[in-house]
Design a protein around this ligand. Structure first.
Ligand SMILES: [Zn+2]
Ligand SMILES: [Zn+2]
Length: 348
């Protein structure tokens, strides 16, 4: 297949300004595969990138880190066959630093240094809100036959949710409370159920919560969160606010586990926690970042077996040319938007 020299892509030109325009099709370096993007989503992290809150992201930048597609060409050293359907995991470590050697490539000590082999797809390298993306083969997961491109775009997100549950040592029969009924929280709730949690309760706000409450066993409005105080074996937080983190700590039973995963950007401070809640409660309070140690590969098996429904978390679909509308729909939470999906390979 001969590749077009130029492609349509979303470009974050500078903080606060984006366009959809033609740019050169990325060249595939050693160790990379060129992926024709079939399904690609935007998330709140893209808002932080556009706002200039990720110093490692250099403008102009092609964003997009939740996507899937088909391999159309490979660089030197890559054995993936053209036509292979793949989902993308966004963290690639250098492979040789102390954290990478532990399997914690999400914490790579060479973050942002592409020359070491490190890549954070859609952050420090070009992403999937484009017709094509050149992605390190180490970030690609072959999609099981039963997983569509649309579901495969959740490869990274599902890994993030699964890793948080693994961090929290989810045990069969556990009472689990999930704060934040957004895309990742809803993945976590469904995975927890599939992994044998005894009862899963979602905590969130308003109409958005009631629309998805069937993805858990119970749902509680955050204003009534006191009713859950001290009850949960495992609390998982993907709301990203200090309030939610504080409430999450208060919701764990004595001896329970709390996994905080929402505040991935800097600047959110936690106050108002009586430290004796943690110390006398003998709590495990853990941070959870991304999806190391092959979490995304394991998560894909849940998708393949129909244990997790991601289709209904995609509330809107757009062609790439209508990115502007897709962005507004997502950022303004129009019509109860959870995730919006772009379809670059489908053309305009
Ligand atoms: Zn994301
Ligand atoms: Zn490393």
């Amino acid at each position: 297949m001969s590749l077009p020299p130029r492609m349509r892509a979303v470009v974050f030109e500078r903080p606060g300004a984006f366009t959809v325009t033609d740019v050169p099709t990325p060249r595939t370096a050693r160790g990379e595969a060129l992926v024709r993007v079939h399904a690609s989503m935007v998330c709140a992290t893209d808002q932080k990138i556009l706002a200039g809150k990720f110093p490692a992201t250099k403008f102009p930048h092609v964003p997009g880190h939740e996507f899937s597609g088909e391999v159309v060409a490979v660089g030197e050293g890559v054995t993936l066959a053209p036509g292979t359907r793949v989902g993308v995991e966004v963290h690639v470590g250098c492979g040789v630093c102390d954290r990478c050697r532990e399997g914690m490539y999400t914490l790579c000590l060479n973050y942002g240094k592409r020359e070491t082999g490190h890549a954070h797809v859609g952050f420090t390298t070009g992403g999937g809100l484009a017709e094509y993306a050149s992605v390190p083969a180490a970030a690609l997961h072959e999609l099981p036959d039963d997983v569509s491109f649309e579901a495969g775009a959740w490869t990274d997100n599902l890994g993030i949710a699964l890793w948080a549950l693994e961090r929290g040592r989810l045990a069969a029969g556990d009472r689990v409370v999930v704060f934040g009924p957004g895309a990742i929280g809803l993945c976590a709730a469904q995975l927890a159920r599939a992994m044998g949690a005894g009862e899963v309760t979602l905590v969130g706000r308003g109409e958005r919560l009631w629309r998805v409450d069937d993805l858990a066993d119970d749902a509680v409005d955050e204003r009534d969160v006191e009713t859950l105080k001290g009850t949960a074996d495992l609390v998982v937080e993907f709301a990203g606010t200090a309030d939610a983190a504080r409430q999450a700590i208060g919701t764990a039973r004595r001896g329970g586990r709390v996994v905080l995963g929402g505040s991935t950007g800097v600047g959110t401070e936690l106050s108002g926690v009586d430290l004796s809640t943690i110390v006398r409660g003998n709590l495990d309070v853990l941070g959870s970042l991304a999806n190391p140690k092959g979490a995304s590969a394991r998560a894909l098996t849940f998708l393949a077996r129909g244990k997790v429904d991601v289709a209904r978390l995609v509330t809107h679909h757009f062609p790439l040319a209508r990115f502007d509308e897709a962005w507004r729909t997502f950022t303004e939470r129009r019509d109860g938007a959870i995730r919006v999906m772009l379809h670059p390979a489908a053309g305009t």
